[in-house]
Write a protein that binds this ligand. Structure first.
Ligand SMILES: *[C@@H]1O[C@H](CO)[C@@H](O)[C@H](O)[C@H]1NC(C)=O
Ligand SMILES: *[C@@H]1O[C@H](CO)[C@@H](O)[C@H](O)[C@H]1NC(C)=O
Ligand SMILES: *[C@@H]1O[C@H](CO)[C@@H](O)[C@H](O)[C@H]1NC(C)=O
Length: 511
């Protein structure tokens, strides 16, 4: 956890899950099959009749996970989602979604045969209208019930309710669903009544899946908002947080909300985000609501300053995606550097908080505590930028040839593990691709380049010295010629002195 609050919390965790509304009836849950139809036709599960997809057994990762989690058999999220469903829709190439009713990322149109790419841009470079549209879209998502997915608020054991027939699932809004999936992925393992929960588990942080998990998390929100707006070109913007200093440049009322003039820790009432209620405020009950807190730059001195451009240059040069033990203690791991448990150059240091972690901690409020952080909408922009760095790293180091572990990563983080709690199942490996290749989005971004190295500076200095010597030599030679003859003096006093322009023929280096 980037904040110790979570590790110190002794509260009991009740794990929960989320599925399509059609699949949470007692009958469907007991059948273990969640294969709805995208149409109203009979015998058309997963759009079989139109060859969109078919109902297939769920494939879950069977390879060993790392030693951090010794509680096998206790947690609903192990081998996700097998405890809940063991058959789901597997869609053909062009389609996706829980019933294969949607197009795959990067495709659109009635038959999903038109290519489309959305462009994620720097929020500061958007026009006032675009900024307003983005803020409004988030606010609408905060209020609009998710059209397809519901959340189940009890562990599997208690899922069917006290009478065994009233499934404990409920509606949730699109943005709160985004908050909730993150919360579900970081919850502790329930160890039984009266027992302390086990906290050494995190399905979305402190492992190689950190980048792939958050990538899908954003894709899901982006696609839900596109559907909500009926606008397939909607793209999440990003916040370039690598600006150093202790100012939050997106904390203004036209963007993510300025600081309240009455309370250091609150958002100005001129911003719509001051109205947002925080959900999942407590690890025990997600229903618990709280106040939205933010005090950018208010944390202790080493956490007061945003990451620097140089940090990006450094971490992008790391060649290994991740290194054993694939944990928050990894050294020379690109993933651990960008996540922020090692220095940007790659050495693990328990007191360091860099790049992504530092940007969170800088916010000093809701956005800096793992289990509630997506409640602060800055989370969306902060992770969009983190994902942009990931994508740039993939572009430079070539996915497929770099190392992502197939086994022995912390639970949830192996290549073939279905990321918890996404539905339908999607593996970490499926997100380990260049976004522009198969995920239908790109970033409009200018990456900083490394300043000149010492050897390069020496070369530049030598070249400059040679040039200066030559030029000075030329001038001296010119003077010698001018003063060297009696007519020369006249020339100098008249307007015919050596110049770079018209009389350049008189001004030759070799004179
Ligand atoms: C799938 O789940 C159902 C319901 O829990 C169960 O009856 C069935 O045996 C499972 N099938 C397999 C192959 O595990
Ligand atoms: C959940 O939302 C759906 C669709 O908006 C609606 O039909 C259903 O009645 C809602 N259920 C509850 C319990 O509010
Ligand atoms: C905010 O910063 C203070 C130190 O200035 C720290 O004590 C506190 O825990 C921080 N709060 C959060 C939520 O990060």
């Amino acid at each position: 956890m980037w904040q110790s609050v979570l590790s110190l919390c002794m509260c009991v965790t009740v794990t929960r899950a989320q599925f399509p509304r059609q699949c949470v009836t007692p009958e469907v849950l007991r059948s273990g099959t969640c294969c709805p139809s995208p149409t109203d036709l009979v015998d058309d599960e997963c759009g079989l009749k139109t060859r969109r997809g078919r109902c297939m057994p769920v494939v879950a990762d069977l390879r060993p996970h790392g030693p951090q989690y010794p509680q096998d058999g206790r947690d609903d999220r192990e081998r996700w989602p097998l405890l809940f469903f063991n058959r789901t829709c597997v869609c053909n190439r062009k389609f996706s979604g829980y019933s294969c009713g949607q197009c795959r990322y990067g495709l659109t149109g009635k038959n999903c045969d038109q290519r489309t790419t959305v462009v994620r841009r720097n929020i500061l470079q958007m026009s006032p209208e675009e900024k307003k549209a983005f803020v409004n879209a988030l606010d609408q998502a905060k209020k609009t019930v998710h059209p397809d997915l519901v959340i189940c608020t009890r562990r599997y054991e208690e899922l069917f309710g006290p009478d065994g027939n009233s499934v404990q699932c409920e509606n949730i809004t699109i943005y709160n669903f985004f908050v909730w999936t993150h919360y579900y992925s970081v919850g502790k393992t329930y160890m039984g009544p009266g027992q302390q929960s086990f906290g050494g588990v995190d399905f979305s942080h402190e492992g190689p899946g950190f980048l792939t998990w958050h990538r899908f998390h954003l894709l899901q929100l982006e696609s839900d908002i596109q559907d909500m707006l009926g606008n397939p070109t909607f793209a999440l913007p990003y916040w370039n947080f690598a600006i150093g200093g202790n100012e939050c440049d997106i904390c203004t009322d036209d963007l993510l909300g300025a600081r309240s003039s009455f309370d250091m820790n609150s958002i100005s009432s001129n911003s719509v985000f001051s109205q947002w209620r925080v959900i999942c405020d407590d690890l025990e009950e997600y229903e618990k609501q709280g106040d939205h807190l933010r005090n950018p730059g208010g944390n202790r001195p080493i956490l007061q300053k945003l990451p620097e451009n140089q940090d990006l240059i450094d971490c992008l040069e790391l060649k290994n995606y991740d290194t054993p033990p694939y944990y928050f203690t990894s050294t020379w791991s690109f993933r651990n550097s960008i996540e922020g448990y090692s220095t940007p150059q790659g050495s693990y240091d328990p007191v360091v908080r860099s790049i992504h972690n530092l940007a969170h901690l800088f916010l000093n409020g809701t956005g800096s505590q793992t289990h509630v952080s997506p409640n602060d909408p800055i989370f969306v922009l902060l992770h969009s930028f983190t994902d942009a760095i990931f994508d740039e790293w993939l572009r430079r180091h070539h996915p497929g040839t770099v190392f992502y572990p197939k086994e022995n990563a912390p639970i949830g983080h192996n290549w073939h593990f279905n990321m918890v709690p996404f539905w339908p199942p999607v593996t970490n490996g499926e997100m380990f691709v260049l976004a522009s290749d198969t995920l239908g989005y790109t970033y409009e971004i200018q990456w900083p380049t490394r300043p000149y190295a010492i050897s390069e500076i020496i070369t530049i200095v030598i070249v400059a010295v040679v040039l200066v010597v030559t030029v000075v030599g030329g001038i001296v030679a010119c003077f010698v010629r001018v003063y060297g003859s009696p007519e020369g003096l006249e020339l100098l006093l008249s307007e015919h002195f050596c110049r770079y322009s018209e009389d350049s023929h008189k001004f030759q280096y070799t004179a």
